[in-house]
Design a protein around this ligand. Structure first.
Ligand code: VG1
Ligand code: CO
Length: 543
């Protein structure tokens, strides 16, 4: 099999967003679209010749076709070896774990995460570096620059690899190993949590429902929860990964996993309901009668971390994305460890984790993780909760309430105005950005503005700076409204508005979130004139 060079022309729209390049499947199916992007990755890297790369995805439509192309392009570019999950399946955290476990050069993860799949759904490609984490901006910028200039790609002509069969084969001179998708990840989880303790809890009647949402976590969840830990068979629902996720939106939030919320609030509620997203890096945690916001979940995991064997030594520090609530800050303060506030997206945690500055990180968007790998990790968060529940032998609700009594409660909500016209959304942000300097000291809705700024991040490890990471209006009482545009969407623009209020008084910690935030919610719409710019009077999704 000979490597050939094929002439191509650039596409103008291959800029990676918050988490890789995400587009409609039809966009990826354009002639040379995927080839250009993969070749641009190689053109931007140095030292991959002869090295090992990990490849896998969440099993969505176009996963298999993409893998065959990637194998042939990698072989033509001189990659030494590719390790693929069986049938092309690797959850995002499992891919991260595998890159680290093999000390591979990097990896290519095929996913559009929580976005719908299928022939008319979304597809995505993300490059992970040697630490197992998403490529930093420096790398994604270089890849994007290359996509704008590319004139050819290299590919070998070879038969397709049978990716369903475990074992070793070759594409051209490159070795290909098809490996079990679950084993390495499962072994890592066993080093972090007390599986005997969780097994005992299930044996004593602890009840649990995990919804894999017909996405990638099904095989992992079955192996871990049912086979290894003894949860009742059938505890894992929607356990078979489907290329179109059964036509659903594999986003574990209160809208797309509503049935799970309803179950948790019903008389038949199990002790714990949980779910993960398309690629397995997000988590949803709902106890009997109690939804745990992702920001609270992060804080509670951190506060209880030493219960789990993997964190017995304590934690070095915490990090959260800027829009994530300040609940974790209070835990860090009490533990006497630093708290880092980063821009949205897991790639910003990589340096902090590599440098040992933080142990646990999280995002309000249902992402939590730790230094065990370099992505957020849905099943890790669920196992962490199971371990804490097994050790404390209290309900989720009791643990959450006790946490608020100790630390105060951060009422929190995110309003998404999805798929609005891109021009209007950008105009809204531009206009508000202009006004920020004038807001300080003003009274809005009876609240004094303490600061209003455009969040920028200085990475303390590599010294890099990231500008324009979200507009913040922070009030004197600590309440906050944050505005930013999504970097993962594939149609129009999505405006995210994050609303938060801190309540230290235990007597006032049990209001409905909508009631507690009502004033701030109307302010959020007025301050940015959301309806004027987006033609939307209300958000499409509230989480
Ligand atoms: C969203 C979330 C962000 C998360 C990103 C990737 O980004 O807000 O917190 O890291 O998705 O998650 P954005 O730019 O749309 O707000 V996943 O599970 O889609 O890899
Ligand atoms: Co995801």
């Amino acid at each position: 099999s000979q490597a050939t060079t094929i002439a191509t022309t650039p596409f103008a729209d291959q800029r990676p967003g918050t988490s890789g390049l995400r587009k409609k499947v039809e966009v990826f199916q354009q002639r040379h679209y995927l080839e250009n992007f993969i070749q641009s990755i190689f053109d931007s890297l140095e030292g991959y010749q002869g090295a090992t790369l990990v490849v896998g995805g969440d099993g969505r439509y176009y996963n298999r076709e993409a893998i065959q192309k990637i194998l042939k392009i990698a072989a033509a570019n001189g990659v030494g070896r590719i390790v693929i999950g069986q049938s092309g399946i690797l959850s995002t955290p499992a891919a991260s774990a595998l890159i680290r476990g093999l000390t591979a050069f990097g990896g290519i993860v095929l996913s559009a995460s929580h976005n719908p799949g299928g022939p008319h759904g979304d597809f995505g490609v993300k490059y992970d570096v040697a630490n197992g984490g998403p490529a930093p901006e420096k790398v994604t910028d270089a890849i994007y620059a290359r996509t704008r200039e590319i004139t050819s790609f290299r590919i070998v002509e070879a038969p397709d690899v049978d990716i369903d069969r475990l074992g070793e084969t070759r594409v051209g001179d490159m070795r290909v190993d098809v490996v079990d998708s679950v084993g390495n990840y499962k072994a890592l989880m066993q080093t972090l949590f007390d599986f005997d303790r969780i097994r005992d809890a299930f044996r004593s009647g602890f009840t649990f429902t995990f919804d894999a949402m017909s996405a990638v976590t099904g095989p992992y969840a079955r192996a871990l929860f049912e086979e290894e830990l003894g949860a009742r068979p059938g505890s894992v629902i929607n356990a078979t990964p489907l290329p179109d996720f059964g036509g659903h939106h594999p986003d574990p939030n209160l809208v797309h996993a509503r049935h799970l919320y309803d179950l948790a609030m019903s008389d038949a509620a199990p002790d714990l309901c949980a779910a993960s997203d398309g690629d397995g890096d997000r988590n949803l945690i709902i106890g009997r009668g109690r939804f745990v916001t992702p920001s609270d979940s992060l804080a509670i995991l951190a506060a209880n971390a030493t219960i789990a064997p993997g964190y017995r030594k304590g934690i070095a520090g915490l990090a959260r994305s800027m829009p994530t609530s300040g609940a974790a800050d209070r835990v860090a303060e009490r533990l006497g460890v630093p708290l880092y506030e980063t821009p949205t997206g897991w790639k910003y945690f990589g340096n902090l984790l590599d440098a040992g500055l933080v142990t646990i990180c999280g995002e309000e968007s249902a992402g939590a993780g730790s230094d065990h790998l370099r992505e957020k990790d849905g099943l890790w968060a669920v196992l962490f909760w199971l371990d804490i529940l097994a050790a404390r032998k209290e309900s989720v609700d009791a643990i959450v309430r006790q946490h608020w009594t100790t630390y105060g409660r951060n009422y929190y909500s995110r309003h998404d105005y999805e798929e609005v016209a891109s021009d209007g959304a950008h105009a809204l942000i531009d206009a508000l950005r202009q006004r920020l300097p004038t807001l300080k000291g003003q009274y809005l809705g009876g609240l004094e503005v303490a600061t209003a700024d455009d969040f920028a991040y200085h990475d303390p490890v590599d010294g890099s700076d990231s500008q324009h990471q979200g507009l913040r209006v922070i009030f004197a009482d600590g309440s906050r409204i944050v505005y930013r545009l999504s970097g993962t969407g594939t149609a129009g623009a999505t405006l995210r508005v994050y609303i938060e209020r801190y309540e230290p008084d235990p007597a006032r910690q049990h209001m409905a979130t909508e009631a507690a935030l009502a004033n701030l919610v109307s302010l959020s719409r007025e301050i940015a004139a959301i309806e004027r710019y987006t033609q939307r009077a209300a958000p499409s999704v509230i989480t």
